[in-house]
Design a protein around this ligand. Structure first.
Ligand SMILES: Cn1cnc(CNC(=O)c2cc(-c3ccc(F)cc3)cc(O)c2O)c1
Ligand SMILES: [Mg+2]
Length: 216
């Protein structure tokens, strides 16, 4: 049967990226998605040097939560920039995506820094403290189902997983969009938000990321 897009993306990584070199893995996926087949990776405009990379470097987080692994592109981008000893927990609901992402993360040589957990964010977030020994997250990257951004943010608050200064960075707040999340986070006295205009990965379609600092 025909391969899936994530399988073809993994093939491109294996063919063109150097094992153990995360930058070459990111470049291989960007090249594949720009020239061969689009895929919903945050991409090199919202990723490269501008927003995602600069926020990660600025926060220099000890603990990161990523919601929505997909093929592991942003997982590799973020993990590459983490200080020694830092941990990234990434949640993926789709087992097929998770299987590909594990191989992409392994090819990049980042298994030590990344803990990929399969399951729904709604089920897993309440387990972060007891099962994963997390006190709180310094950075949360939201990139999963857009209608889960708001409920999962409220869940993170309720579970005491955000502390003063924790940063939430949400992809796709314009396209596909997450209007209820934007409405909440921009009007809540518990957050200070900033919008970074950009484009949908590998296209000219308007998109953007929302960076929100939890004020405690
Ligand atoms: C199935 N699934 C598993 N994970 C998810 C969560 N991610 C998205 O939905 C997502 C979608 C798009 C997008 C798709 C089609 C289109 F025309 C325009 C935008 C872009 C992104 O960056 C995304 O993160 C969906
Ligand atoms: Mg996205």
């Amino acid at each position: 049967t025909r391969s899936t897009r994530p399988q073809r993306l993994l093939g491109a990584v294996r063919r063109t990226a150097t094992r153990g070199d995360p930058r070459s893995v990111v470049r291989a996926i960007d090249d594949f998605c720009r020239h061969t087949e689009w895929a919903m990776n945050v991409g090199d405009e919202k990723g490269t040097g501008c927003i995602l990379d600069s926020v990660v470097s600025e926060v220099s987080p000890a603990t990161v939560l990523e919601l929505g692994t997909y093929c592991g592109y942003s997982t590799v981008r973020i993990a590459t920039l983490l200080p020694p000893g830092a941990k990234l927990i990434t949640l993926e609901f789709n087992p097929d995506f998770a299987l590909i992402a594990r191989q992409v993360i392994a090819w990049a040589g980042l298994e030590e820094k990344v803990h990929l957990v399969e399951g729904s964010s709604g089920d897993l977030i309440p387990l972060m403290k007891e099962k994963f020994g997390v006190k709180s997250f310094d950075l949360v990257f939201l990139d999963h189902w857009k209608d889960r951004y708001l409920p999962d943010t409220k869940l993170l608050e309720e579970c005491g997983l955000l502390q003063k200064g924790s940063v939430l960075l949400a992809d796709n707040v314009i396209c596909p969009g997450s209007p209820d999340y934007l409405e909440y986070i921009r009007n809540s006295p518990k957050y200070r938000s900033q919008h970074f205009k950009s484009h949908l990965e590998y296209t000219k379609v308007e998109d953007g990321l929302e960076k929100s600092v939890f004020l405690g």
